[in-house]
Write a protein that binds this ligand. Structure first.
Ligand code: SF4
Length: 431
């Protein structure tokens, strides 16, 4: 709903109609590839919903998403997002398919059978962390598909991870608590920074940051593991010490226990729109970004920031987290049982890859640990039993595990065994 007569219009996030950036070509002959559109004003436009019944909803990831969200499965009931953040990676073709990326925030595809599909597809799968739902659509209030999916997750006893920008998530607090009691819940409230000017420039229609932080506090008060996903961090805009410290402090003050930070990726229409927003915010950003992403005229930008930049960002966030008593990785869920030890060791290997990335180690060394993590994570028998029966030589029979890694893993296994001797339940996943 229109709340202001100024050129920058505010939205009622629960309105069934919405307002869209009006775009026009800018000097298309002179700069056909450089700028597709220029934000000129905001005018009311209807939002279209397309209901359909897909055949499938669950993505089974090839490998668990360590050491970030630790998810193995994902399922989402809507395609497109009415918030239409300029930097949103979901504008990219790999997520939208053949859809026109400019319809990302005007056409929401609704998977009417999302709940039935999830119930059917989860049946018989190994229990592992699933990311599901989408509360960023105000229309969730009407369809309630995300809530329905949570009910399925609860019935099926699966652990749940959610990364979310919308306070609407708090509507389903009762179910989140129920899932936590039965399995596990981890939630990352997503925001880039706590700077209102930057929010207005890059995500003017997304839910307010204060409301997101309040949601974080509500979840934390309910005993749910919650933290922040500072994503994306915007180069030369909010990647400085001051902005990052404000975000980490806000997380701590609202009960968050971890902070994950990820740089801004650039691809296709999303890259072009984000550059327009950046230039309108601060004209000097364009030059800086063109160099930063190696983005020449008539060429594509690099998809992600350099390794050196990512390492510096990660180290700064690590330092700030340490100062505020937070973690810079999210603790993972461990399914109790004989394979829990594999997951625990795989977690250590994944975390090692992150440490090596922050240290800017050689890529081959990082890959050695990553491939070893995948092997251990996915090995169908307990590696503790293998080690007990055959020692380090037994570990070396596993793919991707050489002599040095076998020794390192053996030390971890011995430490874990000592831990279990002194405390029979040292890694209770519900803690
Ligand atoms: S709210 Fe999230 S999903 Fe929606 S446009 Fe913004 S970043 Fe993308």
């Amino acid at each position: 709903m229109l709340q202001s007569k100024s050129p920058v219009l505010k939205l009622d996030t629960h309105a069934s109609t919405r307002y869209l950036l009006n775009v026009r070509n800018v000097e298309p002959k002179k700069e056909p590839r450089r700028f597709r559109a220029e934000i000129v004003c905001k005018t009311p436009m209807p939002l279209t919903f397309q209901e359909y019944r897909p055949r499938k909803i669950l993505d089974v990831h090839r490998h668990v998403d360590g050491p970030w969200f630790w998810t193995k499965y994902s399922a989402h009931p809507y395609i497109g997002c009415r918030s239409g953040c300029e930097f949103c990676y979901l504008r990219d073709g790999r997520y939208l398919g053949k859809r026109d990326p400019d319809t990302f925030d005007t056409l929401i595809q609704v998977k009417l059978n999302a709940v039935e599909l999830l119930r059917r597809e989860l049946f018989g799968l190994n229990h592992d962390v699933i990311a599901c739902g989408d509360w960023q659509q105000p229309v969730e209030d009407r369809y309630r598909l995300s809530r329905g999916m949570l009910e399925v997750v609860h019935e099926a006893n699966f652990p749940l991870f959610i990364v979310e920008r919308s306070p609407l998530l708090a509507r389903d607090l009762d179910l989140l608590v129920a899932i936590k009691q039965r399995a596990w819940v981890g939630i990352a409230i997503s925001f880039s920074n706590v700077d209102q000017k930057l929010k207005q420039a890059f995500e003017p229609r997304s839910p307010g940051i204060k409301r997101r932080l309040q949601t974080m506090a509500t979840l934390a008060q309910a005993g749910i593991l919650v933290g922040a996903a500072l994503m994306p961090i915007i180069p030369f805009a909010d990647d400085d010490h001051t902005h990052l410290e404000e975000a980490v402090r806000a997380t701590q003050e609202h009960g968050g226990s971890f902070v994950l930070a990820g740089g801004l990726t650039m691809a296709g229409a999303q890259a072009e729109r984000t550059l327009v927003a950046a230039r309108q915010f601060n004209a000097t950003l364009e030059t800086q970004w063109r160099e930063f992403y190696n983005w020449q005229e008539e060429s594509k930008p690099n998809y992600s920031p350099s390794r050196g930049y990512a390492a510096r960002l990660g180290l700064l966030v690590r330092e700030l987290c340490a100062r505020y008593g937070l973690q810079d990785r999210m603790p993972r869920y461990l399914q109790p049982g004989p394979l829990a030890i594999n997951k625990r060791v795989a977690e250590k290997l994944f975390l090692k890859t992150y440490d090596l990335e922050l240290a800017q180690a050689h890529a081959s060394r990082i890959w050695t640990y990553r491939k070893a993590a995948w092997t251990i994570e996915e090995w169908p028998q307990s590696i503790a039993e293998l080690f007990a029966a055959r020692g380090e030589a037994g570990l070396q029979t596993l793919p991707e595990i050489g002599k040095n890694l076998a020794r390192e893993i053996a030390q971890w296994l011995q430490a874990e065994a000592a831990l279990v001797t002194t405390n029979p339940n040292p890694h209770d996943p519900k803690i």
